[in-house]
Design a protein around this ligand. Structure first.
Ligand code: AHR
Length: 494
């Protein structure tokens, strides 16, 4: 059987731009994200360029990563940037306090990160240290990276091999300062933000967007206090929301689940909408014209770590369910494109809802990677209004609309429509009226698999991968699509 859904897409109207930056990524010194995942060092037998794995770099290049956040996460508020510059053999070894107390050699530091961003064509999004650092340390870091004149710090950068200053478009003033970033109350952090931000200056024509630490999920009070005490002095504020089921103390597994956990996790990810709504309520009061950006700079599914791996490394598999979770969540960001201008899924390699997993010299692309690759069509595209009627999908008390859909028009005039069918077992016959669309050709790709928990392994890395989709017909402005059960389809009309 198939359910029936309808949609009207109005290509004759526009609702702003979908910033490519909501497709941002996050790389923390945590588990095997940086070391092993991205950085293996020049002397490694794993093919690399200046220490960065070639396979991972090439995969990320294809993803058109718009921005990359580093060095944390919790790690950021215990990170001192001077540890990560200069000759590698002279860099101090430090303990990664938050993540397993493992030794960090500091082989990957400011130069390695900013060079990687430059080669990827990604904007750098750094997180500064408020929890255990000082305002002058933060200020000096910015001068070191971005000043092009004659100063001790700019000259030190040159001595360390980088003549030209880098651009730093995004800079977080701390991370989760309500938790691992200092366990502060919002009133206290708001004052610290004002103080630290005073010293975060634009040097040499750089234009930094400072990002204040925002709420933990649905904590509306945090954003309220921040807006009352800082107001429009902050250009952006963050929000972190992870999908966790049923509870932090008792997280479900990344694979080996049934329909109950499928439905539960996908309905749980919809709570992103209310988390954004809570933050928007306070922001709208002081900033009705959306000058302050809401940056969802950590999001994704957080499961039990894989058996046999250390709990602190947050290593989890990634299944078809995660691709749908990402698709639904990205559609929520599109809906809020007037306020949500940056987002970073956690994390890019080997940690949480990763794009890429590695094992020694092996690498695989996860279903989430494929989703991000298919959704590239929405980067910086014009969002089109959509009216959607979808049947509900419900299983053991967990409910959500079966269909989630978003549409945009590219600079070249192509209308791209992404469709998620969350129903575990029913296809959806979607009839879509296209208002103001000239195109008469439709092509597409689909991401699906036989099993709900289908995933890629190092032995079978192509179990979940996009394939051509031929079940869409376009006739006199009507698009008829049979969207397979548990799938994501991306269509292009031109
Ligand atoms: O992404 C993992 C951790 O989750 C980050 O370090 C922290 O900011 C959040 O709690």
């Amino acid at each position: 059987t198939a359910g029936e859904a309808t949609a009207v897409i109005r290509a004759d109207q526009e609702v702003g731009k979908i910033s490519r930056h909501v497709y941002g990524h996050f790389a923390e010194h945590l588990g095997r994200c940086i070391y092993d995942g991205i950085w293996v060092g020049k002397d490694s037998s794993i093919p690399n360029t200046d220490g960065v794995r070639n396979d991972v770099f090439d995969a990320l290049k294809k993803l058109e990563v718009p921005n990359l956040r580093w060095p944390g996460g919790c790690f950021a508020d215990d990170y001192h940037w001077r540890d990560g510059i200069g000759p590698k053999d002279q860099r101090p070894k430090r303990i990664n306090m938050h993540w397993g107390q493992v030794t960090d050699t500091n082989a990957f530091g400011t130069h390695e990160f900013l060079d990687l961003c430059e080669k990827l064509g990604a904007d750098a999004y750094l997180a500064g240290n408020v929890g255990s650092g000082t305002p002058d340390e933060m200020r000096d870091w910015l001068e070191y990276m971005t000043f092009d004149g004659d100063s001790e710090l700019a000259n030190l950068r040159r001595q360390n091999g980088r003549e030209e200053p880098w651009k730093v478009p995004f800079f977080g003033v701390g991370n989760e300062n309500w938790g691992c970033g200092g366990n502060m109350r919002p009133e206290y952090y708001a004052d610290l933000y004002r103080r630290y931000a005073t010293y975060c200056r634009n040097f040499s024509g750089d234009r930094i967007t400072l990002v204040a630490c925002g709420a933990n999920g649905h904590d509306a009070n945090w954003t309220k206090v921040m807006t009352e005490r800082i107001g429009r002095r902050m250009p952006a504020i963050s929000l972190h929301y992870y999908t966790v089921y049923p509870a932090w103390a008792n997280k479900t597994t990344a694979t080996g689940f049934g329909e109950k956990e499928w439905a539960a996790v996908l309905s749980e990810c919809l709570r992103m909408r209310s988390a954004i709504g809570n933050a928007e309520e306070s922001l709208d009061e002081i900033d009705p014209n959306n000058r302050i950006g809401l940056y969802v700079d950590e999001w994704g599914a957080w499961y039990q770590n894989e058996p046999g791996t250390p709990g602190y490394a947050l290593y989890q598999q990634n299944s078809l369910r995660d691709a749908l979770l990402a698709g639904i969540t990205l559609h929520i960001f599109h809906e809020h494109n007037d306020r949500v201008r940056v987002a970073n899924i956690a994390q890019v390699v080997n940690v949480l809802q990763a794009m890429i997993l590695t094992d020694g010299d092996k690498m695989l692309l996860t279903p989430s990677y494929h989703l991000f690759e298919m959704y590239r069509v929405h980067h910086d595209a014009t969002r089109l209004p959509v009216e959607l009627e979808s049947p509900e999908y419900s299983h053991e008390g967990h409910k959500l609309p079966a269909v989630s859909l978003s549409a945009s028009r590219s600079k070249e005039g192509v209308v791209n429509v992404s469709i998620v069918n969350a129903h575990a077992s029913e296809a959806m016959d979607l009839t879509c009226t296209l208002e103001g669309v000239d195109g008469d050709q439709v092509s597409g790709r689909v991401l699906t698999a036989d099993k709900l928990d289908a995933h890629n392994t190092f032995d079978a890395p192509e179990v979940v991968a996009p394939t051509a989709f031929n079940d869409a017909k376009l006739d006199a402005g009507k698009l008829s699509v049979r969207v397979p059960a548990h799938s994501v389809v991306v269509l292009s009309v031109e």
